[in-house]
Write a protein that binds this ligand. Sequence first.
Ligand code: HEM
Length: 494
Amino acid sequence: MITLVLIGTVVLLAVFAFYKYMTANHGVFKKMGIEHPPTSWFFGNFNLAIKYGVFESQKIFYNKYKDKKVYGWYDSRRPVMVVRDLDMVKDIFVKNFSSFVDRYTLFDVDPPFRDNLLNLKGEHWKHVRNIVTPTFSSGRIKKMTSHIQKNAKVLLENIQHFYETGQEVELRDLSSCFTLDVIASTGFGLEINTLKDPENKFAAEARKVINPNPILFTIILFIPELTKIFSNLGFPILPQKSMVYFAQVVDQIIEERKRDGLHGKVNDFLDLLMNAETEAGHEEGRELTRSELHAQALVFIFAGFDTTATVLSFTLFFIAMNPEVLKKAQEEVDAKCGQELPTYDVAQTLTYLDMCINEANRLASPAIFINRRCVQDAYIQDIYFPKDMIVLIPLYAIHCDPEIYPEPDKFDPERFISENKATRHPYAHLPFGQGPRNCIGMRLALLELKIVIAAILQKFTPVPCSKTVYPIKLSKMQPRAQDGLWVKFEQRRK
Ligand code: HEM
């Protein structure tokens, strides 16, 4: 009997302690006088994201708090300040950057991914970003054009085969094979040929890297403190074996290049990062350690291939679904490129294609939101941001705001002609973020997108097919089309 009472008491105390732990921060916004949706003790407001999906729930509350500059949201037990005022967004990204230099990360990652740009904080981030930035300069990216063109040619061979065999094509799958091939060649000088061999080792491991264990990830979302425990028990959230595989690939390539005297002659990111690497560390202030080099090589895969594949597939699909847009895009490509694959310089002149990419990036941007962590107490427009507060910019809801973009669901590249752009707030379109911590790969991604879309439109016309579902229904939790992005290709010229 006594044992039972004791067990009962312990269980009750544990439940009470757990309840206290989950609700400890739920009063923060009330104290600050900031409105927020009603909370559930376990989910905070995350039950709403599960119920409506992350896209729809963001829109619902962005519209509900229409007259507010800022509103609150509880990501389970974590308070998050959602900033909907675009002048404040600008201050956070630029003017007050020193107070919002870090991104919020749910958990710390282990080497070899530990020191990557996405996760790094404060001075360490600044140091690595300064070193890596020249790697993405126009001059360096220009030299990578041949890698992109080579892979675009293989993609055209694939499409030719689909055309000849009358196959309907899911653009997302096709695009991710292409962007993987580009990241392998521009990043590491590797020809992995995912378009011909979709299950090659590099591709298989890269797909694991961007798809963390969903069950563990959901648990960590609610109780991030469990990350280390899971990791120690042999269940890391991110696939550690894949990370180590890529670090080994990097080491092997470095050794081969040193041995064969190829260092400095390959024009890929690894070659450029090797210039900045020394085993010795930071003595001269312009060097990357091997651990930092591993992490940057990995982050290019982590942040670079799936994002670009998303934009490529949605842009092509929207173009295929809108015959007027398709006609204009093909006229531009014919006029500027003729029968040749676009070069770096020609790609910069493809302004209509740029507008199409911008519009697809508005409607289905790979980033649903952008976050920052407040690293010191700050006031912006009289609103107080306490140290350690997570700040979220609701990218998707801003991009769909009918007061900024009338008829927001319509695909209309004309929104991005200069006169129309000039009528909007410059921070109303943020697919690559803004300020010193924006996307470092933006120029590479845009070059890759323009070259490959132009190459396709030169030779083929994508059109709706029997499996096409349009308008697109976005999946609940990620920037994917629920029913896929199906088209078929008609040939324009050989
Ligand atoms: C269309 C494709 C892409 C999109 C839409 C995209 C979007 C983004 C966004 C929204 C951010 C966060 C920006 C912020 O917090 O202000 C970001 C960061 C980043 N992206 Fe991209 N990205 C793309 C392609 C790439 C590529 C190709 C690479 C590299 C090869 C890359 C590497 C990175 C890195 C390293 C960061 C972190 C930068 C830092 O914290 O200093 N991205 N990207």
